[in-house]
Design a binder for this molecule. Sequence first.
Ligand SMILES: *[C@@H]1O[C@H](CO)[C@@H](O)[C@H](O)[C@H]1NC(C)=O
Ligand SMILES: *[C@@H]1O[C@H](CO)[C@@H](O)[C@H](O)[C@H]1NC(C)=O
Ligand SMILES: *[C@@H]1O[C@H](CO)[C@@H](O)[C@H](O)[C@H]1NC(C)=O
Ligand SMILES: *[C@@H]1O[C@H](CO)[C@@H](O)[C@H](O)[C@H]1NC(C)=O
Length: 354
Amino acid sequence: MIPKLSAIILTTLSVVQGRKPYGVPLPLAHSLIAQFPKPSWIENIAVRPNGDLILTQLTVTPEITNVTLYTIPRPFSPSPSPVPVHTFDGITNLFGIAESATTPDLFVLVGGNIPNSSSAGLYLVWTIDFGSRHNRPPKITQVTHLNASLPNGLTAIPHRNAVLIADSFAGLTWHVNLATGVTSIAAQAPEMSPPLGSAPGTVGINGIKIFKGCLYWTHSALAIIYRVRLDADGRRVQDAKVETVAKLNATFLDDFAIRDDGIIWATTNSDNTLVAVQHETGQSVVVDGAAGELTVLGDTAAAFGRGRDDGCVLYVVTCGGLRSKDEAAVKEGAKVVAVDTRGFEMPKQPEPSK
Ligand SMILES: *[C@@H]1O[C@H](CO)[C@@H](O)[C@H](O)[C@H]1NC(C)=O
Ligand SMILES: *[C@@H]1O[C@H](CO)[C@@H](O)[C@H](O)[C@H]1NC(C)=O
Ligand SMILES: *[C@@H]1O[C@H](CO)[C@@H](O)[C@H](O)[C@H]1NC(C)=O
Ligand SMILES: *[C@@H]1O[C@H](CO)[C@@H](O)[C@H](O)[C@H]1NC(C)=O
């Protein structure tokens, strides 16, 4: 049975901290927030200042030629449920989404149709303004075209009216000026590219976040988290070295969230696990899920709550196991899972090996 969110928070509070290596027992307590009909693929998640979740999706049914952005109002309420916000006609995929750094409650997202050849696709960047439209549908504005090969994670540049967008096949990060619509390359590195000689469709850079002046990213195929220093405009500092933050024991890495204390919460999609990573030491531990287990089956991205009571809750979204190449592997509808991270900490010293 899946405990309700309030119940899991109480359970965690009752744990005496400091006796367990991670402060709390693993796996972390979790509960189901919402699930979509099968087949479905939630690709990314952002959280409004009022705590409502926003979900992007990929269309996985070939006949369908549109895609709907969803919100889950009050995910911490007793019976949260998804509500459609907007359907994009003629667009089949919505990828990364993030709140603008300069306008609260205005979100930026990237989407388009994946071309079926190896040629570059033409994608679009929109803003969706929830903030200035009290009790009316949010206003959607097309900002610009993006000539990316495969847009993926998106993050706002602090104090700038601009975002960065990962390009998984081109092995680079785009800079998009939201005021002018001008796109340019902010960072490019071999550590962002699919490995040399890898099969077409192999994903390099995937999720991106800016933390303490560095761009952090997951490399999907290598299961490595990297970082590189950025300047104030969000561009790679010239000659800045790409550093390896952590090499994970996974076959794939998808998007991630970074908690204020620097712990990285990474999703592994077809590995069905949620992994916590210490950004200073590269130490990592699986906190939820396992091969063949449903808890976070096909987890694609994660974000922390912003409501009054759910700042310690990590909302993990999934694709229901659709990435698995194994026809016999279990599949389900995409879902949103709340993971209670309260009290979790990385041990100061690595655990002695057994
Ligand atoms: C989306 O596409 C489906 C299938 O083509 C169609 O039935 C549906 O009406 C469309 N939805 C909207 C809101 O346009
Ligand atoms: C590629 O996409 C085009 C346009 O959507 C379609 O007409 C064509 O049949 C597709 N080709 C393959 C090989 O799927
Ligand atoms: C998009 O990028 C590709 C590859 O970099 C290039 O060949 C093509 O001309 C570009 N298209 C547009 C519309 O800029
Ligand atoms: C890596 O993960 C696999 C599969 O979960 C596991 O069997 C193996 O023990 C792990 N290796 C290490 C070094 O942790």
